[in-house]
Design a protein around this ligand. Structure first.
Ligand SMILES: [Zn+2]
Length: 263
């Protein structure tokens, strides 16, 4: 048996579940998503039997199907914000989670503006899940024992939150850099949405220098860059991550479509 499988089995025997994260896509922003240069299915988080789909963007349903994930066992869908690259497949995912709407189960967590004016969650789909929770800043939620905490409201065009899953995982979603962003997402493993190669004032997205600043301040054990915009993609994410590792002395890696990690 491989050492990793051995460790997971051992942890399960001790009642300590390992958190498993799979990148169902690494594309960020319009052009990468429109051309499907990389997939845009968001993140899949598994904690024992508890399963969460995070930011199911366009094509998420295809990514889950290709990896033979039974979506009727999904416990919740979490949206960081309403932009299309994060929510494109939320309706079909809600339908899949509830077995076509026939099983009243699962939860949806999302900012209020995903539900109100010009909603991204269709009205007729809203009666399918057991509960729809409107996210608030700096609040802790629990899905069958898997708890997560929202950050303060991000600097972004719509209501946006980042997340921390205990000490294990910090997920820095779309945002411009702000004081406290590193602290609010500090965890052993951090995922950082790095959309821009060069910082562009007034464009509320993290650039490579911003991501590096977050890594320096939060000092995670490992940081993964993902949600690449076209300029980061062209700069080669693996090279960008390697440069950041060299400069910071912290293990920074480039996420890839389908990559699975155990935390
Ligand atoms: Zn966005």
């Amino acid at each position: 048996m491989a050492p990793a499988a051995d460790a997971a089995k051992c942890a399960a025997a001790l009642g300590v579940e390992t958190l498993k994260l799979t990148f169902m896509g690494t594309a960020g922003a319009r052009f990468m998503v429109a051309k499907q240069v990389a997939a845009s299915g968001g993140l899949f988080l598994e904690d024992g039997n508890v399963k969460l789909a995070l930011d199911p963007g366009p094509g998420a349903i295809v990514q889950y199907a290709q990896r033979k994930v039974d979506l009727t066992t999904l416990d919740a869908i979490v949206l960081s914000h309403r932009h299309l690259d994060h929510t494109g497949d939320v309706n079909v995912m809600l339908e899949a989670m509830t077995d076509g709407g026939f099983q009243h189960r699962g939860q949806l967590f999302c900012p209020s503006d995903a539900l109100d004016d010009d909603p991204v969650v269709l009205e007729y789909v809203r009666r399918f899940p057991r509960e729809i929770v409107r996210l608030a800043p700096e609040t802790t939620y629990s899905v069958d024992g898997l708890s997560f905490t929202t950050s303060g409201r991000h600097v972004h065009q719509s209501e946006t939150y980042g997340f921390r899953f205990g000490e294990k995982l910090g997920w820095v979603t779309d945002s411009g850099y702000y004081d406290g962003i590193a602290e609010q997402h500090r965890a052993g493993v951090m995922i950082i949405h790095t959309v821009l190669r060069d910082c562009i004032p007034h464009l509320p997205h993290l650039c490579i220098a911003d991501a590096e600043r977050i890594v320096r301040e939060a000092k995670p054990r490992i940081a993964f860059l993902t949600h690449y915009g076209m300029t980061v993609w062209r700069a080669n994410p693996a090279d960008v991550a390697a440069g950041m590792s060299q400069r910071t002395g912290i293990d920074v890696r480039a996420a890839a479509d389908g990559l699975s990690i155990e935390l």
